[in-house]
Design a protein around this ligand. Sequence first.
Ligand SMILES: [Zn+2]
Length: 323
Amino acid sequence: MTINSVLGPINPDDLGFTLIHEHLSVGMPGWELDPDDCNRSDEISGAVDKMAEIMDLGVKSFVDPCPMELGRDPEFAAEVASRSGMQIVIATGLYNDALGIPMHFRLMDVDAIGEIYERELTEGIGETGIKAGIIKVATGGIPGFTEIGAGVTDAETKCLRAAAKAHKATGAPILCHNSEVEPYGREVLNVFDEEGVDFNKVLIGHACGVGDMRYYFDILDRGAWLGFDRFGIEAIASDKLRVASLCGLLAVGYDRIMLSHDALHCMRGRPGSGFSAMAEQSPNWNYAHICRNIIPQMRDAGVAQDKIDTLTVANPRNYFLRS
Ligand SMILES: [Zn+2]
């Protein structure tokens, strides 16, 4: 089975070192109503430079799971891929109740949403002809902005079931955003279990800031993958916590984990103060941080190169392969 990159199919064996969760450009719902926006062509050139920087460090593939309603821009990604040579994969799928799922989709049933996801995976996104290669789902509130402790909401559950349908029709893997303060990885797997989803195709993301071994064991023992995919976001959790959790899991034999930063090159519209504050508190929040700083720290902690290759090369490949 091949993977849909923004420039066409690629073989899972050719993925190489993969950052499993990054973003080129994101716009919070409503950004298009803001008269102040970045210069899109300048931002594309800047992103091409950043791709060159991490390709020099050995990165070969870049998964951008921006949900449909958060300013996803397939043509931005395709131009960056063709000018830089980076293999870029983008997503279909909606975000969480707190920020996303526009009313148009709330009025649809599971089958209709799943059919749209499937079409984006098999025919392409809108009129672009660019196909999604992965399915995004999201749960959990946002501290300071939305209610915490609401559980997985009805609208989110509907999107989880729609993602399961599109996954079963296409074999595409599912990538899950979870909140660090109320991580619902177990509940998400319960829904996918009811839908008969293969857990080898499910990545429970944003786990690295949770710091709870019981949560990690529960997810990994059920056969799903863990995303340690927010390295550098010190505003949410320290990298020390992330590295300690990662090395602890590796020490007792768990290695179904993938690495990334959830970094962002361009925020559409004017950046809100919340985003700027988070970036200020997180000086290493960029696409190169794992290669430059985290992998050396893992080596210092005794992690062998073949284990680092497992996390960065073999695991993404095996996640994308149809099992
Ligand atoms: Zn993200």
